[in-house]
Design a protein around this ligand. Structure first.
Ligand code: CU
Length: 313
C-alpha cells in the first residue's frame, strides 16, 4: 500500500493505473536485468571457445516487438481514459470557487458563503473553479488524487465526486514563498487546509445557514470566528505579543505610526483599507507581508471583524 486512502472512484482508477505501471516496471526490471546477468555469466568468453553468429529467431524478435506495442497501447488507453474522465465535468456538478493566496485558501459556495476549508457533499460531483490572488500555487488533495496549478489572472477547473464521508488534507504543491523566522514564520508550508466530505443532509444544512453569523452567534463572536478561520490569527495576536503583524490588543482607536506619511488613527476606514489594501499604509516596524483580503472577505465579514476588534481593549 503506497497510496493514501482513496476517497473517490476516480482515485481508485488512478491507483489501478499506478499499480499496473508499478508492477509492470518491477517485472520488466527483474526480467531484463536478470536475463542480462544470466547472459553475461553463461556466455562469458572462455579460453578455446570461439563465438559464432547465432542468426535470427523470427518468433522471438516478433514477439518482443509486438508485445510492447500492446502494452503501451493499453497504458495509453488507461491514461487517456483517466484524463478524459478528469477533464469532462458532469453537467449537474455543484460549482465552488477556490482562491489561493499567500498563504491560505478561500472557498466560495453558490450561496455566497466563504470558508477556509472546503465542504463538499458525498456522492455528488463538485466542480472547483480555481484562481490565485498573487503567485502560482497548486491545489492538491492526495486522497482524491486531484491536483491543479492555480495561476494569477486565469481560471482553471477541476472536479471530484467523493464516495465516502470524512476529512482529507488540502496542500499547496507549488513552492510559493515564505516570510519570517521562528514562531512568526509563515509561508508555503503553512498553506494547508482540509476538505470535509459531508452527508448530503449536512451539506444542505451548511448551504442553508449561509455564510453569515451562525444562529445565536453575536456579531463580535462571528468576527472572532473569522479571525481564526481566515487565519488573521497566524500573524496578529490578541494579547499584545508581536508576531508577523501588530497585535490587535487595543487596536480600535489607537494611533499607529506608519513607515511613511503621518500617524493614523485606527478607525473603521483605516481598518477596512488595511484589510483590502494592506500595502497602502505600512505600520512602522513591520514588513509589507499581509496579503490582501479583497474578494475573500465580504463587507459584512469585515464589519464583523471590526466589531470584534472593538471588544479588544
Ligand atoms: Cu501556495
Amino acid at each position: 500500500m503506497q497510496m493514501p486512502v482513496a476517497l473517490s472512484a476516480y482515485a481508485t482508477d488512478v491507483d489501478k493505473s499506478y499499480y499496473i505501471i508499478y508492477w509492470l516496471s518491477v517485472v520488466l526490471f527483474i526480467g531484463i536485468i536478470g536475463a542480462a546477468t544470466y547472459f553475461c555469466l553463461a556466455y562469458k568468453r572462455k579460453a578455446g571457445v570461439r563465438a559464432e553468429p547465432t542468426g535470427h529467431n523470427n518468433i522471438l524478435e516478433l514477439s518482443w516487438t509486438v508485445a510492447p506495442v500492446f502494452i503501451l497501447a493499453y497504458l495509453f488507453w488507461i491514461g487517456w481514459k483517466g484524463y478524459v474522465d478528469m477533464s469532462i465535468v458532469p453537467p449537474n456538478a455543484i460549482e465552488v470557487r477556490g482562491r489561493a493566496f499567500q498563504w491560505g485558501w478561500d472557498f466560495e459556495y453558490p450561496n455566497g458563503a466563504h470558508t477556509p476549508d472546503l465542504k463538499a457533499p458525498v456522492g455528488k460531483p463538485v466542480k472547483l473553479i480555481l484562481s490565485s490572488n498573487d503567485v502560482l500555487h497548486a491545489f492538491f488533495i492526495p486522497q482524491l488524487r486531484i491536483k491543479r496549478d492555480t495561476v494569477p489572472g486565469m481560471y482553471v477547473s477541476l472536479w471530484f465526486e467523493a464516495d465516502k464521508e470524512g476529512d482529507a488534507d488540502i496542500f499547496c504543491a507549488e513552492y510559493c514563498g515564505g516570510k519570517g523566522e521562528g514562531t512568526a514564520a509563515i509561508g508555503h508550508w503553512a498553506m494547508i487546509s482540509k476538505v470535509h466530505i459531508l452527508s448530503v443532509a449536512d451539506y444542505d444544512k451548511f448551504i442553508l445557514e449561509g455564510g453569515g453569523a451562525k444562529p445565536g452567534e453575536s456579531v463580535p463572536d462571528w468576527g472572532k470566528r473569522l479571525y481564526v478561520e481566515k487565519n488573521c490569527a497566524g500573524c496578529h495576536s490578541l494579547d499584545g505579543a508581536v508576531g508577523a503583524g501588530p497585535s490587535w490588543k487595543g487596536i480600535f482607536g489607537r494611533t499607529g505610526v506608519m513607515t511613511a506619511g503621518p500617524d493614523i488613527v485606527a478607525d473603521e476606514n483605516y481598518i477596512r483599507e488595511s484589510i483590502l489594501e494592506p500595502q497602502a499604509h505600512i505600520v512602522k516596524g513591520f514588513g509589507p507581508v499581509m496579503p490582501s483580503f479583497k474578494g475573500i472577505l465580504q463587507d459584512k465579514e469585515i464589519d464583523a471583524i471590526i466589531s470584534f476588534m472593538k471588544t479588544l481593549k
